[in-house]
Write a protein that binds this ligand. Structure first.
Ligand SMILES: Cc1cc2nc3c(=O)[nH]c(=O)nc-3n(C[C@H](O)[C@H](O)[C@H](O)COP(=O)(O)O)c2cc1C
Length: 355
């Protein structure tokens, strides 16, 4: 019996397996509106057998975008463009998810394939960036420190985006608190030097995230709610696996259902040596330490590797990114490699199923 291909139920909703698609920015939206590219890109993974397809970091406000080409959910037009995409994912048997994000001090940057690097100038379509403290990410424009009214507005933006996500037909929402974006900037002492109730001790640095978990839960009571953390800044004095575990426990009490454990992205001087499954130990530590469901992500590229880490109880699910880009039918192939019978090969593709 495969554990990777066993279903998993969270808040009453069942994913058909535990091999999921990680959120991946496409930098291909217009005014935050997803395009035909997004539709084809995301639907193909559902045809390919994914249990959950998580749409990319989607901005909760214009200032929240990493780049001008990010998708958004701050307008009804964006919601209406997402609806057929979520429907296509669901029609192919996967759960439709979207990651809600605010880039904070890493907003207003050139997309990777624009040929430019760093911050987009205000005169070139960029915008002033926001952060817990007026401390720039290496080489980027200096952000403005959010005041309390700005923090309150950010909470409202996440709640409104969550409502639109549900109205668009998404069944899973992931709050992006990783990779050096706004919520991670609040969590880490390296980027949060506030002296009010949002800075200093851990409960203060976690306050914004927990307020957002509450607000999203209120706005979308039935949605399955994930939180993505970076479990380590990989830098001295930074955010740690111990703090991640504590805050995951708190967020679970506030209504989050699963924790997607990544790492890094906060500071340019991080020291990471990536290798196969290099973040799985973090996921496992959060799972054990906080007693919460987790997904593992990061260089998980093979069926046997994924099967083993679920079977060993290191994680409840696997999120993969680049392997799905190499093979949008990763789950169909993985099931074949593991000799697992699944009943969701698209009938149109049955002639390709290995005998
Ligand atoms: C093209 C691309 C875009 C990405 N965009 C996002 C994103 O929108 N949100 C996020 O949390 N991580 C993003 N990531 C990170 C992935 O979700 C994943 O954590 C990372 O690629 C490691 O997994 P992998 O080794 O299976 O690719 C992106 C990665 C890639 C390759």
């Amino acid at each position: 019996m495969s554990t990777l291909f066993s279903p998993v139920t969270l808040r009453g909703l069942t994913a058909r397996n535990r091999l999921w698609v990680a959120p991946m920015c496409q930098y291909s939206a217009t005014d935050g509106v997803p395009q035909e590219w997004h539709h084809t890109h995301l639907a193909q993974f559902a045809s390919g057998g994914a249990g959950v397809v998580m749409a990319e970091a989607t901005a909760v406000s214009p200032a929240a975008r990493i780049s001008p080409e990010d998708t958004g959910l701050w307008t009804d037009a964006q919601r209406d463009a997402w609806a057929p995409i979520a429907a296509a994912i669901r029609a192919r048997g996967a759960l439709a998810g979207v990651q809600l994000a605010h880039a904070g001090r890493k907003a207003s940057t050139w997309s990777p394939f624009s040929g430019r690097r760093g911050s987009v100038g205000i005169d070139e379509g960029g915008w002033p960036t926001l952060a817990p403290s007026a401390m720039a990410f290496d080489g980027f424009a200096e952000p403005v420190a959010l005041d309390i009214a700005g923090i309150d507005a950010t909470v409202r933006d996440f709640a409104a985006a969550a409502r639109r996500a549900v109205d668009a037909g998404f069944q899973v929402i992931e709050i992006h608190a990783a990779h050096g974006y706004l919520l991670h900037q609040f969590l880490s002492p390296l980027s949060n030097q506030r002296e009010d109730e949002y800075g200093g001790p851990l409960e203060n640095r976690a306050r914004l995230l927990l307020r957002i978990v509450d607000a999203v839960r209120d706005a979308a009571p039935d949605v399955v709610l994930f939180v993505r953390f970076s479990a380590s800044d990989w830098a001295p004095g930074g955010w740690s696996i111990e703090e991640t575990t504590t805050v995951a426990g708190w967020a679970s009490e506030h209504g989050a259902d699963l924790f997607d454990i990544s790492s890094g992205g906060l500071v340019a001087h991080q020291s990471i040596v990536p290798g196969p499954g290099y973040q799985v130990g973090f996921a496992s530590a959060v799972r054990q330490g906080a007693g919460v469901p987790v997904s593992a992500v990061g260089l998980i590229t093979g069926a046997v590797q994924a099967e083993r880490l679920i079977a060993e109880g290191q994680a409840d699910a696997v999120m993969a990114g680049r392997e799905w880009l190499r093979d949008p039918h990763f789950a169909l192939r993985a099931a074949s490699e593991l000799g697992v019978e699944i009943d969701y090969w698209p009938k149109q593709y049955l002639r390709a199923r290995p005998a």
